[in-house]
Design a protein around this ligand. Structure first.
Ligand code: GLV
Ligand code: MN
Ligand code: MN
Length: 414
């Protein structure tokens, strides 16, 4: 076995794998639609499993579909060092969100194998189920089960908007594994990801050294008015659920502006009966509030609740509101951040510290193991969009830093 430590990843091979798997759920606009636990997700999982096995890794799946591929080290009593992210995407997702973190990890693993390099600890790649929370809310669901935030039963019972549950879908695609969630242990995790925001590009920095993730809260709102004839119902006598929802959405947007750098969004809305000559009687919509400071998030929540109650009253409709998810702000592990700094210095890239605006599996994994993240730029900061774009050079840079960081941590275990 070699003891060479300046291992260099293969940029072209990484890129080819990113482009190859992008066809699994590929969209005409160049993005990916690979909703979690769908047929497309099964295809990419099967491919990933076969690739890991061809590298001599042991691949295991837990009861919520999380996948773990492990390569033995010199000292197999040590807990593995994990690299991980997610292969699921938004309905109009890009080619890099999540995927880079898994395929970058695969490239790092392949480099170790190619060079016959023996690490002290075993090395692991994790593919977390349902990071996006788009098909089944909430986000980061199965890393959350792994970390003990949710029970497996809670995850299995999550339904998509057509009433299909995650547990049945895992069985259908053959990825409801034997292992208890949380039973496949590792000692640390590094997650490589695109920034999904504009800062690195604007400052011409290649690498974001991620220090933490902001707090996030998700809510669901049902507004009930009264269906009536659009021609025959005078304006003054309507109970228009969609109009009330429109005012609520506008008020929620204002809450973001009133609590900067906080953000407040409505992303999903269903209007019933959605007929052009019926005054809408029922609207369902989702709310996403985020801020790095939990105390400010409390204030945003209070403002949201007060505003929707006042608007409902004014519009003569009723509503139900439920908080379905709270993910508190997270600080990553200083000892891992320091390995990333070493990894960046060794590769010679310009970097800056930053907090993540997006949610990531790393936020939950940080509760059970030292964890951190590495960001690379994305064009115009655009993500959750088919146009999401990170260059081959940037993907390779992040992957090199990922490998360097893992090796720095591994060296500290010697
Ligand atoms: C996950 O992508 C999130 O930040 O919502
Ligand atoms: Mn992601
Ligand atoms: Mn995402």
């Amino acid at each position: 076995m070699t003891s060479k430590t300046n291992l260099t990843i293969n940029s072209q091979r990484l890129w080819d794998h990113l482009m190859h798997t992008a066809q699994m759920g590929g969209t005409p606009k160049g993005g990916i639609k690979r909703l979690t636990v769908s047929d497309e997700d099964k295809r990419v999982r099967d491919w990933f499993k076969a690739e890991c096995e061809s590298l001599g890794c042991k691949v295991e799946v837990d009861e919520v579909g999380n996948m773990f591929a492990t390569r033995a080290g010199k000292h197999n009593h040590l807990k593995p060092i994990a690299m991980g992210s997610h292969l699921d995407t938004q309905p109009t997702g890009g080619k890099f969100d999540g995927v880079l973190g898994v395929l970058g990890a695969l490239e790092a693993m392949r480099t170790l194998v190619d060079m016959n390099y023996e690490t002290n600890a075993p090395i692991m790649i994790a593919n977390w189920t349902n990071e996006e929370g788009s098909r089944f809310a909430p986000a980061m669901l199965c890393s959350g089960v792994y970390a003990g935030v949710f029970t497996p039963e809670f995850a299995w019972s999550r339904e998509d908007r057509s009433g299909i549950n995650l547990g049945d879908e895992l069985v259908r695609i053959g990825y409801k594994g034997q292992h208890k969630a949380g039973a496949i242990k590792f000692g640390a995790m590094f997650e490589l990801h695109i920034e999904q925001g504009p800062i690195l590009e604007a400052e011409e920095k290649m690498i974001g050294v991620v220090t933490g993730v902001q707090g996030m809260r998700w809510y669901e709102v049902n507004v009930t008015g009264q269906e009536s004839h659009t021609g025959a119902t005078p304006m003054t006598l309507r109970k228009n659920a969609l109009l009330a929802a429109a005012h609520m959405i506008s008020a929620i947007d204002d809450i973001g502006f009133d609590h900067l750098p906080g953000v407040a969004s409505v992303g999903l809305i269903e209007n019933k009966p959605n007929s052009r000559n019926v005054v809408p009687g029922e609207v369902f919509f989702t709310v996403d509030l985020r801020h790095p400071d939990e105390n400010v998030l409390d204030k945003m929540e209070a403002a949201f609740r007060q505003d929707i109650a006042e608007i409902a009253d004014h519009c003569r409709v009723t509503f139900e509101e439920k908080c379905i998810w709270k993910s508190p702000a997270v600080q990553f592990a200083p000892e891992l951040i320091s390995c990333v700094r070493d990894g960046v210095a060794k590769a010679g890239f310009a970097s800056r510290d930053m907090a993540s605006g997006a949610g990531h599996d790393a936020a939950y994994i940080a509760r059970v193991a030292p964890t951190t993240m590495i960001f690379v730029p994305c064009l115009g900061g655009i993500s959750h969009n088919e146009a999401e774009s990170t260059t081959q050079e940037e993907c390779a840079a992040g992957t090199q830093v990922l490998l360097n960081s893992v090796l720095a941590y591994d060296a500290s275990l010697a």
